[in-house]
Write a protein that binds this ligand. Sequence first.
Ligand code: ADP
Ligand code: MG
Length: 436
Amino acid sequence: MEVEDIFTDILERAKAIDPANARKWFDNLTVSHLDGGSLVINCPDETVHRYLEEKCKNSFTRAAQQITGHLIAVNFNVDAHEKHKGDARTDTPGLRLHPDYTFDNFVVGPSNRLAHASCVAVSQSPGNTYNPLFVYGSSGLGKTHLLHAVCFEARRKFQNTVIQFLSCEEFVNRFIRAIEEGNLVGFQSQFRSVDTLVIDDVQFLREREQSQEEFFHTFNALYNNGKQIILSADCPPGKIPSLEARLISRFNWGLVARIDPPSYETRVAIIQKKAHLRGLSISDEIAEYIGRKVHANIRELEGALTTIYAVATTTNREIDLELAQIALDGQIKAAARHISITDIIGVVTSHFDVRLADLQSKKRSQSITEPRQICMYLARNLTKHSLEEIGGHLGGRDHTTVMHACNKINQAKDNDPKMSTLLNDLSKKITHPVQT
Ligand code: ADP
Ligand code: MG
């Protein structure tokens, strides 16, 4: 078999092992040589080289071992033919974009439509539409994703464009280092010669007077030259603590786009998109379940998916609704920290149309016993209260009574689908009182 053919197989295997990275990073790879237990793979440029070395070496090593049946060490190498092309390109060194943070992978909904549309517009015509573009929203709502997507798209469209992307902290650190090294001129020319400057999380500019000053000058220099500036923050310009007025006003010159927390429909679509990206197939039912359970931000949605996937692989089970519920139980419990027994009693009494006084009384009719036991069960599962405390809230009953109630409801839940549905519905009402 030719080396090229072996490499083709190895590449295919590596793609199967690491589909997420394969989509962006495994193109244009060729084999340099394969001998003496060592495989050297050529990659087109330094950026790809660094990324593969850092993130993909294991996948390639596994793939190579599986295909050849030998222990093979994998190394990457920048293709000599491509090397001069790489030098000629004006990519900013170190521009590292997350391969998944593209427009294609971004789910658009009412909460982020404006931010998305303005990012797309800017990527099509940097410097000419909204300048600066200021995107803001709470943590985990997709700001960094959109900023990366702009860079991907701009770079695809304008191959020679120079983009500088960095977090605000990096900007500040580089500035401080430049001052320490007495190389402010170098710092300035580095930032003022770019076509697009992207700074993520500018809320960290606060209280750093000197860097605000420097940023102000960088901003002006770029702006006056028609260069694109894109910024993100967790709040609007005027709310960034101790940001100078003149910077606030600069930030407001262009377009300020807010991202809100996603609606239920958008959350479900995002889960489906993320699952798909990871090569997982999950039913609508499960996507909807996660979408209902998790709504703080999108990072947590992804975390939920990861947890479910991890539980499925470690227990070797299919991902079904029950597994999703079990997997997320810990998270739900964490989210339930703030739930009080009073909340639970409120929902249960209103569902069964009984009074709290009845639950606390000595009455033992079925119509009272059942809601009382359900209260105990839910309090046990949704709060951190002890058996004694729960008993105390329900007419001063002792812990064995509460334990008995929990066991009884647990059994009923396992044997009676109606009970299981009822408990789910009640839990939902308690954990997400205003949720659809
Ligand atoms: P932020 O920078 O606002 O804190 P990120 O951009 O890091 O948030 O987003 C957190 C995670 O949520 C990322 O994995 C990102 O891909 C994902 N995400 C956020 N919004 C969306 C969306 N609309 N569609 C798909 N994924 C999203
Ligand atoms: Mg971010």
